[in-house]
Ligand binder design. Structure first.
Ligand code: PMP
Length: 391
């Protein structure tokens, strides 16, 4: 039986981690793996998480099952941050916990498919797992160009896609800190996108995996809120894994906004059924920890302060890259204006290999770099190496 299985390509980023670990050069630079790093190269547990975990250990009196919806205190506690003042849009939004943002994306697209969506439009390039998830549930994907060569967003392409989508189509957009390009829509561009969703009736799915890593918690929610204010219904996939630094604890949430409050029950009975069949219920620890943070103003302040420090550091790295200007044929100025953990260098796979082999600089084959892998001690080396391989 098992001989029927054919080998699958291994995850390129995991292979990169192994190569990086085996490299003995002391000044090697890891720009591959998608986690935040401090100026010292660490990915520490947030102080707010440590504090909340201690409280959780002391106060948790049972590990009995929750339902497929997970910890609703966590799910509801996040809502004002995501959706703003009227966090339920008059009782039309609710959610459920998922295993990471990955689980939330999976649930959003599988539920959209169950509701009749048979084609999903998405900008390219995108987080590679998007395509894998669509493929896994046999949902047809249609790709439009997300970015222009000058490092700005291709607004015409997304508007064209939304305006010309068919009645059984959905469009998935990254809410902020686009992975991998770091290229986000401006507020004015989001206004036009929201208008296009409103007039076309196309169903929006917004994936918000990096809220707070771009310009701020409120600022990074602008596009999502604008779209939700313009349309009758939408799905939202959310990840807490970056903005609370809890990657391996797998913390995410799926939210739906429906036409009226009464429709939520049917939508979530279907979402619960899908979750039950896929993972039964999400892991509790991370969601419970974040619930404790969000219910305690002091811990919330500690968390928001840590998030601000992360964001400021990444902006500082981007500003330093911008100051470097051109390196060979790579212009760092657009990269200085992009957002979040990632940007894509306009380099060839050969140049990526050269950076790795000759300079000990590790990045994805696509040229995607993790901005947080850079700090004041290695930016100069990085810029010089990029100049050397692209001149
Ligand atoms: N959406 C996007 C755009 C992502 O980049 C990621 C992963 N970083 C996810 C969803 C999934 O996040 P998680 O690690 O919480 O599963």
């Amino acid at each position: 039986m098992l001989e029927n299985l054919s080998p699958q390509a291994s995850d390129a980023l995991l292979a990169l981690i192994k190569m990086y670990a085996a490299d003995e050069r002391h000044d090697k630079i890891d720009l591959g793996v998608g986690v935040y790093r401090t100026g010292q190269g660490d990915t520490p547990v947030f102080a707010a998480i440590k504090q909340a975990e201690r409280k959780l250990v002391e106060t948790q009196d049972s590990k009995s099952y929750l339902g497929p919806e997970g910890d609703m205190g966590f799910v509801n506690g996040l809502m004002p941050y995501i959706f703003g003042g009227d966090a339920t849009m008059g009782g039309r939004i609710t959610g459920m916990q998922t295993p990471g943002g990955t689980g939330a994306v999976r649930l959003a697209v599988a539920l959209a498919q169950k509701a009749g969506v048979d084609r999903l439009h998405i900008g390219k390039p995108s987080w590679p797992n998007h395509a894998q998830i669509f493929n896994d549930i046999s949902l047809e994907a249609q790709w439009f160009e997300h970015a222009r060569a000058d490092g700005s967003a291709n607004l015409e392409a997304v508007l064209d896609t939304i305006n010309n989508a068919g009645p059984n189509d959905a469009v998935l957009l990254h809410g902020a800190c686009h992975n991998p390009t770091g290229i986000d829509y401006s507020n004015e561009e989001w206004d036009a996108i929201a208008e296009a969703f409103a007039t076309s009736g196309t169903f929006p799915i917004i994936d918000l995996a990096y809220q707070g890593l771009g310009h701020g918690m409120e600022e990074d929610a602008y596009g999502l809120r604008k779209v939700l204010n313009a349309v009758p219904e939408a799905f939202i996939a959310y990840s807490c894994d970056k903005n609370f630094g809890v990657y391996r604890d797998r913390v995410g949430a799926f939210y739906a906004m429906t036409r009226d409050a009464d429709s939520l029950e049917t939508v979530f009975s279907n979402a619960n059924a899908l979750a039950r069949a896929a993972w039964s219920m999400p892991p509790d620890h991370g969601g419970a920890t974040i619930r404790l943070i969000l219910r305690d103003p002091d811990m919330t302040a500690v968390w928001l302060d840590e998030l601000t420090q992360m964001r400021d550091r990444m902006r500082q790295v981007r500003a330093s890259l911008g100051d470097a200007g051109m390196a060979g044929h790579v212009d760092f100025v657009p990269i200085s204006k992009q957002n979040g953990l990632f940007s894509v260098l306009p380099v060839t796979p050969d140049q990526v290999k050269q950076l790795r082999e000759e300079h000990g600089i590790y990045m994805a084959g696509s040229g995607r770099v993790n901005i947080a892998g850079l700090h004041m001690g290695n930016i100069e080396k990085f810029v010089n190496a990029v100049a050397a391989v692209t001149c």
